[in-house]
Design a protein around this ligand. Structure first.
Ligand SMILES: Nc1ncnc2c1ncn2[C@@H]1O[C@H](COP(=O)(O)OP(=O)(O)OP(=O)(O)O)[C@@H](O)[C@H]1O
Length: 746
């Protein structure tokens, strides 16, 4: 293949790409103009103007966000079809564009007209003669990769004088061999046929995408989210698409994919962020996580939500006219039952004082009292500070986070956990909470809870009901109670229309989930679903009652020890929705050498693993080194330095959880020493620093879920395996994270 030919083809495509960008810029200018006009309408002052303004500005903002996001690699595909189908080449890109005459310039990759780009093969070319992938840097085409799918048609065309040269080495291999950085990239140019089927599956019921490590489950699921938004924008944009992944690190890893596909209207949440206003990234130790995740906690929390407020007064006594009135534990239990029977505990706040008054009025026997009548009785008691205090303290509006805190009392925990948790399980829970300060509504927003606590919190939110917003201008006698309550309720943040607008940064958009009445989404997508605990399935299930779902996972990578319990919770969450299953069978991440090593491990330790075929060979197998404890740091440093030298992308050091801070400290000291060397090349690349945008990071086995690195150094693999009951699955995950080089230090 002559260089001249490649240059000529690239130059030709560059001319087309230039035209498309010109059009994109014009579309951007038009969207800006629309936004300006919208604002002007708003200034006209009448109400219709404001509504129009909102609609116009909203449309314009969406368009601008889409156009901005799609700039990089805008045009990536070209189809030359059999002239009988279409004599003009068809260009495929991140979004659709038309020229001034409404002729198609660029076909959106999700449009039906683009489907053959992914589905055509040499065996079934479906009218495609040549498929070309354009590789670009910014607006510049740097290469093209062709595949001839229909040689007969090509020969016919050539006889007619239409030349279709074939250049390049194959787009997929070029894409797979690239160095990895800290974020995932879209695969829009090289989606494979079996992946395309899962991406374009109809949006009814539940789509499951299974497959072994590196088969593209995550990236396919994200493209599917973009596809759904394209195919039924109104439904999914209004109802919201919720994407859930295992950790904050993972969410940051995938967060660029959807915006780069032109989609910004998706809520990306880690399992610690599913509840609006709560952020958690700390994981409990595996043994604690196993208890907190168990389905038994649902019953425990149901009981907890019915418990009296700890420390609240247990009797109320007063004297009215000629009667002594008293509510003791027995009467109060009766009132409590009656209120609990009427619905959510927090919804009863308004009914508490009337119910207590009913019970007290029944004790008024004296003639003088009876004659004064009920209305006067109510007025008198409601103006009695002691009564108001009692009512408010006995039945205050409850925040789930505060109620979760009640479990810190071992006696209370034992009471609500009777018959559900063993003593040692209760001790594990108590210790896990004792180790951290009491969480409040404010601190829960800043990481005070563990990821596992969040599912418990959500369960309680639903058991208690929303914390009521008090109306400040109430006229009725209950006003006294309202006022007393005001100091005790901090109103939950309400989501406004502004929150639904596209953030200018093009980052994720959040659908409102501040209220249990408004938690639902139109589509729920779960990645690494094999790790959801029963309690997490319940939490996620509540957000997808009326949604369609995409569920992605690989059971062999699961770190949940009781799969049957999780399966049951998953079935309940999906409520008999029809399931369409897809399976991916090619590993695109690992070199064949690395995956062979990981697969052999899986078989050796008896994991029932789904083993895909790895397609890319590097000729370099994994390296096993052995180090005694006293030389561990030195050996690890040498191996990390060697990897950092050999790959140009990211390097992960994976360590047992118990060694994490130790290894982080090593890394900091390596960095200092590298700086000491002042410009002279130190043994460790000076980019080996512990913070920020570094090439080298330290992770525990569980942290690596879903991620990938060019090089991985596993420190003490045996300890990772021994760390939990599912340690073998975790180590299998770790061994399947590297694209190029893998070293184990045993
Ligand atoms: N069609 C494709 N073209 C190019 N790259 C691809 C393709 N499919 C997958 N990849 C790449 O393969 C790697 C693995 O993909 P992904 O992380 O989605 O796999 P996964 O099945 O979710 O893996 P795991 O279960 O191990 O976490 C990513 O770098 C992804 O970009």
């Amino acid at each position: 293949m002559s260089e001249e030919l490649v240059e000529r083809e690239v130059a030709h495509e560059q001319a087309v790409v230039d035209r498309v960008y010109l059009r994109l810029d014009e579309a951007g200018v038009a969207a800006q103009r629309l936004a300006r006009e919208g604002h002007e309408r708003g200034r006209m002052g009448h109400e219709g103007g404001l509504v129009e303004r909102d609609a116009m500005v909203f449309q314009a903002a969406r368009r601008i966000a889409q156009l901005d996001a799609a700039r990089e690699g805008l045009v990536f595909g070209r189809l030359d079809l059999d002239p009988a189908t279409d004599p003009e080449p068809r260009y495929i890109g991140r979004l659709g564009l038309r020229d001034q005459d409404r002729e198609s310039l660029l076909v959106d990759w999700r449009a039906p007209a683009a489907a053959v780009f992914y589905q055509a093969t040499a065996a079934t070319p479906s009218g495609v003669v040549r498929r070309r992938v354009l590789r670009s840097a910014g607006r510049t085409v740097v290469g093209v990769e062709d595949e001839l799918l229909d040689t007969e048609a090509a020969a016919r065309l050539e006889a007619e004088g239409v030349e279709l040269p074939v250049v390049g080495e194959g787009a997929l291999m070029a894409q797979l061999s690239r160095a990895r950085d800290r974020t995932m990239h879209s695969i829009v140019a090289t989606i494979q046929a079996e992946q395309d089927e899962a991406i374009r599956a109809p949006s009814r019921g539940v789509v499951t995408i299974a497959g072994g490590p590196g088969t593209g489950k995550t990236v396919v699921a994200l493209h599917r989210a973009a596809y759904l938004l394209y195919s039924d924008r109104r439904r999914y944009e209004t109802g919201g698409v919720l994407v859930i992944g295992p950790s904050g690190v993972f969410m940051r890893y995938i967060e660029r994919v959807l915006p780069s596909l032109g989609e910004t209207a998706v809520a990306l949440r880690s399992l610690g962020e599913v509840v609006e206003g709560v952020v958690a990234s700390r994981h409990d130790l595996p043994a604690v996580a196993d208890v907190k995740g168990s389905a038994r906690m649902a019953e425990l929390l149901r009981r907890l939500a019915r418990e009296p407020v700890p420390g609240a007064r247990e009797t109320f006594r007063t004297f009215w006219r000629d009667d002594v009135l008293e509510l003791g534990p027995q009467q109060l239990t009766r009132v409590r039952r009656q209120l609990m029977g009427q619905g959510y505990r927090n919804r009863q706040v308004d009914r508490v004082a009337p119910a207590l008054l009913d019970a007290l009025w029944r004790q008024v026997r004296s003639d003088r009292g009876r004659e004064r009548g009920r209305e006067a009785f109510d007025d008198d008691l409601l103006s009695l500070p002691d009564f108001v205090d009692f009512a408010v303290g006995w039945w205050p509006p409850l925040h789930a986070v505060d109620v979760l805190g009640w479990l810190r009392d071992p006696e209370l925990l034992a009471r609500v956990g009777r018959g559900l948790l063993e003593d040692d399980e209760q001790r594990l829970l108590t210790k896990s909470w004792d180790d951290h300060p009491v969480a409040t509504v404010a601190t829960a927003a800043k990481g005070a809870l563990s990821v596992q606590d969040v599912a418990l919190l959500d369960e309680l939110r639903y058991a208690l009901g929303d914390v009521p917003a008090l109306s400040p201008d109430r006229e009725d006698p209950m006003r006294a109670v309202d006022q007393a309550l005001e100091g005790r309720v901090d109103l939950q943040e309400l989501t406004t229309a502004a929150d639904r607008e596209y953030a200018p940064s093009g980052r994720a958009w959040a659908a409102p989930t501040a209220s249990i009445e408004d938690d639902g989404y139109a589509h729920v997508l779960i990645d690494e679903a094999q790790d959801l605990t029963p309690m997490q399935w319940r939490m996620v299930g509540r957000r997808g009652r009326t949604a369609s779902w995409t569920i992605v996972g690989d059971p062999a990578q699961s770190s949940w020890p009781v799969p049957a319990e999780a399966d049951e919770a998953r079935r309940a969450a999906l409520e008999r929705k029809a399931v369409h299953a897809f399976h991916l069978s090619t590993n695109y991440r690992n070199s064949a050498e690395i995956y062979a090593y990981a697969a052999a491990y899986a078989q050796r330790v008896g994991l029932d693993a789904d083993l895909p075929t790895a397609v890319r060979s590097t000729g370099v197998g994994p390296r096993e080194v052995v180090a005694a404890d006293e030389e561990l740091e030195q050996v690890a440093r040498r191996e990390v330095a060697a990897l950092a030298e050999q790959v140009s992308g990211t390097v992960g050091i994976v360590v047992p959880a118990a060694r994490r801070s130790e290894v982080n400290a090593w890394l900091a000291s390596w960095d200092e020493r590298a700086e000491d060397a002042r410009g002279a090349r130190a043994a460790v690349d000076s980019s080996v620093a512990p913070s920020g945008e570094d090439r080298v990071v330290v992770l525990t086995g569980l942290d690596t879920k879903g991620l990938e690195f060019d090089g991985i150094v596993v420190v003490r693999p045996q300890e990772i395996e021994d760390e939990s009951v599912t340690g073998r699955a975790t180590l299998y995950v770790v061994l399947t994270r590297a694209t190029q080089l893998l070293t184990t230090v045993g």
